[in-house]
Design a protein around this ligand. Structure first.
Ligand SMILES: NC(=O)c1ccc[n+]([C@@H]2O[C@H](COP(=O)([O-])OP(=O)(O)OC[C@H]3O[C@@H](n4cnc5c(N)ncnc54)[C@H](O)[C@@H]3O)[C@@H](O)[C@H]2O)c1
Length: 317
């Protein structure tokens, strides 16, 4: 199929693009490289460096005649959304409407939207399923939720299919050490630099950490299934931050110092998903345990580090 991946130079979008290309699809990417990197982009993908809010992207749609659009491009930093709500809404809300307008105009069959656990806000119960009330507490949560409603309205008005995937905390290779779900990449970054990690509060708050390949797999499953449905994509396992820290120490064979700091305002104490619907409708479930996902991710960073050391050695000899 002829597929557009917005945000395809980013952490999740680049792994998704790699997989789509491996499966034989033709992939184009729209990305403004604000957090994404050109190095992440698969050589077989066509990269358009552009803003999703830009009206001129219609030329890309007109030329390429996409069958499916994966929409991942977004402002993903909760703190940035609080500091700069207009920018956050511009990218996440108006950007998505611009993409939807192009879907409608150029007859794209389906949009697959990357949404977030942030749309639920403070959980009323755990594991959070798709029927849980949506009550986002950050501007980012709002700006990820509003597009879901536009997508549903476009679908009804113009007969466009959609699947909405709400991710728990995603981690894995190519994740930048900031933004959503970034605790693992932030810890990893500091651990590799032998710097102490910071744990806010007592470290007993929990999250549902899902490995990026599992997220990519869910995206692939909805290519031909799950039309007009919303799915929570998580492992259903709650991991507390202390356990995460000790597991990472063990895999890296290090004991990194930890600084405990005061709990941050607005941080949610516990969160994990119920993904039974994805299992039932899509036949999808997370395959990676935290241990397996972390081992893969840490292994990847170790090879990156080895390569850079090798480079230094060659250049100084
Ligand atoms: N990482 C997580 O844990 C997580 C959890 C829930 C949902 N999500 C969602 O998954 C999607 C991908 O997130 P990610 O973690 O890969 O983040 P990322 O920052 O690595 O990827 C986002 C990509 O979008 C691009 N981008 C940003 N603004 C743009 C704009 N205006 N025009 C064009 N491109 C733009 C960036 O350059 C980047 O390549 C996002 O929609 C995010 O909200 C991520």
């Amino acid at each position: 199929m002829n597929i557009l991946v917005t945000g395809g130079a980013g952490f999740i979008g680049s792994s998704l693009s790699d997989k789509l290309i491996e499966l034989g699809h033709k992939v184009s990417i729209i990305d403004n490289l604000s957090t994404g990197k050109i190095d992440n982009v698969n050589g077989k993908a066509k990269l358009y460096i552009a803003n999703i809010e830009d009206k001129n992207i219609n030329k890309i749609f007109e030329r390429e005649k996409f069958d499916i659009v994966y929409h991942l491009a977004a402002q993903i930093d909760v703190q940035e959304s609080i500091n700069n709500p207009v920018y956050d809404a511009d990218v996440n809300i108006l950007g998505t409407i611009n993409i939807l307008e192009n879907l409608r105009r150029y007859g794209v069959r389906k949009i697959i939207y990357s949404s977030s656990a942030a749309i639920y806000g403070e959980p009323k119960y755990l594991g959070i399923d798709e029927k849980h009330q949506t009550n986002p507490v950050s501007y980012y949560g709002i700006s990820k939720y509003v597009p879901e409603n536009y997508i549903k309205a476009y679908s009804k008005l113009w007969d466009i299919d959609y699947s909405i995937l709400r991710y728990a905390n995603v981690y894995g290779i190519r994740q930048a050490p900031k933004g959503e779900g970034g605790v693992i990449s932030i810890f990893m970054d500091r651990m590799f630099k032998n710097k102490p990690v910071i744990i806010y509060g007592n470290g007993f708050s929990t999250r549902d950490f899902i490995y990026v390949e599992d997220v990519v797999d869910a995206n692939i499953k909805v290519l031909d299934k799950g039309n007009r449905h919303i799915f929570n994509i998580g492992t259903g396992t709650a991991t507390n931050i202390n356990t995460l820290y000790t597991t990472m120490n063990r895999i890296m064979d290090k004991v990194i110092e930890v600084n405990h700091q005061k709990e941050r305002k607005g941080d949610i104490m516990h969160s994990y998903f119920n993904s039974e619907k994805a299992k039932k409708v899509l036949g999808w479930e997370a395959k990676y345990s935290l241990e397996q996902g972390l081992t893969k991710t840490i292994g990847y960073y170790e090879t990156q580090l080895d390569n850079s050391l090798e480079y230094v050695a060659i250049s100084t000899s």
